[in-house]
Write a new protein. Sequence first.
Length: 354
Amino acid sequence: MIQTHYRKDDFFLPDLGSGQSVFMLVLISELFVLVQVLALPSEIPFSWTRLAMLSLFVQWIVLSSSAFLYLARPFLRKLPIWQSVIISLLGVQIITLILTLLAQIILTPMHFMPDWQEVSRNLLAALIISAMLLRYFYIQYEVDIQQRVIHNARFDSLQANIRPHFLFNSMNIIASLIQINPEKAEQAVEDLSDLFRASLQNRSAVVPIHKEIQISESYLRIEQQRLGERLQVTWQISALPQRMTIPPFTLQPLVENAVYHGIQPLEEGGCINITISVNHQMVQISVENPMPYTETISKGNQIALNNIRSRLEMLYGSKASLTTDIKEKSGSKWFTARVQYPYKIDHLQTGTDH
């Protein structure tokens, strides 16, 4: 299968200038030549010379046609699809005609006489194969659009499941602080307004990672207003690339789980350890917290983790992961959530790093 990418200009004809596309076209055309040679009548003996000459001729046409479509693509994508298809087919036909006649001249230079039967046969074969490829490219293009629509709908649904949960918990914290400490409640309202603003403005699949860190810090400040000294936080952030991104609401739900399922049930509280680094072009995030011995991964906690897993899988496929681990450390039970996904530069205005 020829791998194609339509995200830049949304055109059904793929970029045939890439090495992978050229390799696949050469491979497919070579298989076509091999089948054609093997399909000859049994009385005609197999000839390596015939195979080599036919391969050279077909590859000549394929590579020339690919170069034409590659160079014409910026012009073709401005036209209606039916016009671009007709021009593409016409261009391949002209190239096939010229190269067929040129091959006949090279093979019989002294007594050249066009073999129009061979010319017609080559033109018909080129028309059928190019039409089938263009049809394949268009079907793949439509499938790609449909998959992106489904992907965006699922992603928006998962995002919508996270935001209300996060915001409602924050509002409950503020409500509990109003009677106990109005000044802390006022500060929490200011933090929550910043979080609301970030949540409502965010419509991207990824955001600058320093924005996600800021959201998590604002959330932790709200929780520290409620839990006081019972909640301690340690950040370990390596030097991060300026344009590094992350799916929105990936770190904050992990921090929220650490508070609600780890720190809050402990009478003495505890410390949440957050580590963010980039190793071998992979972003690695770890959120570690103590938890009661009787506590297990609750259903609510698991839903939040599965939500993040689904969004990571939609964006990065099998290259991303979210794993969890429970182990003994320093006489306590500790829960660790680790996120890993590929680091790549996305075209965002990211500002400065945290």
